[in-house]
Design a protein around this ligand. Structure first.
Ligand code: TYD
Length: 134
């Protein structure tokens, strides 16, 4: 089972500022089939609260910061994302909660497939069951 990991993207700096390119299958380990972003997050809100059956994702704090809590059913890890040139690879079958959004935070998600509600576990017990843990 693949583990979550941080990806440091290129950071091309000149006197005008910074630019970070991200190329599918080169900078992230899958073909990007969907992009979405979360913004204008209400103070204290918790997003996500689900696992995907097959979908892989990379999450990036393109502005501001937030915490991503990952749980594979046995191990929990928390990542603070706060740099626009760092992505967090989230493998399939990993429960995630995202919270502690700073003001103005934008969470960019690069996803390996189109939106498909049947790919979600939104119930934690069902997720653990599917993992063979309960
Ligand atoms: P939801 O999964 O609750 O978002 P988050 O993971 O940030 O908590 O999605 C919110 C709504 O948006 C829900 O009705 C499904 C819809 N949605 C799409 O239509 N397309 C998408 O690509 C995503 C991620 C969500």
């Amino acid at each position: 089972m693949t583990q979550p990991y941080l990806i440091e993207f290129r950071h091309i700096l000149d006197h005008r500022g910074a630019l970070t390119p991200i190329e599918a299958e080169a900078d992230v380990p899958f073909s990007i089939r969907r992009v979405y972003f979360i913004y204008d997050v209400s103070h204290g809100a918790v997003r996500a609260g689900h696992s995907h059956k097959k979908l892989q994702q990379v999450l990036i704090a393109v502005s501001g910061s937030f915490k991503v809590h990952l749980d594979d059913g046995e191990n929990r890890q928390t990542f603070l994302l706060s740099r626009p040139n760092v992505g967090l690879y989230v493998p399939q079958m990993t429960w995630r909660d995202i919270d502690d959004f700073s003001g103005g935070a934008v969470c960019l998600s690069l996803a390996s497939d189109h939106y498909e509600e049947s790919d979600y576990y939104r119930d934690y017990e069902a997720f653990l069951n599917a993992k063979g843990i309960r």
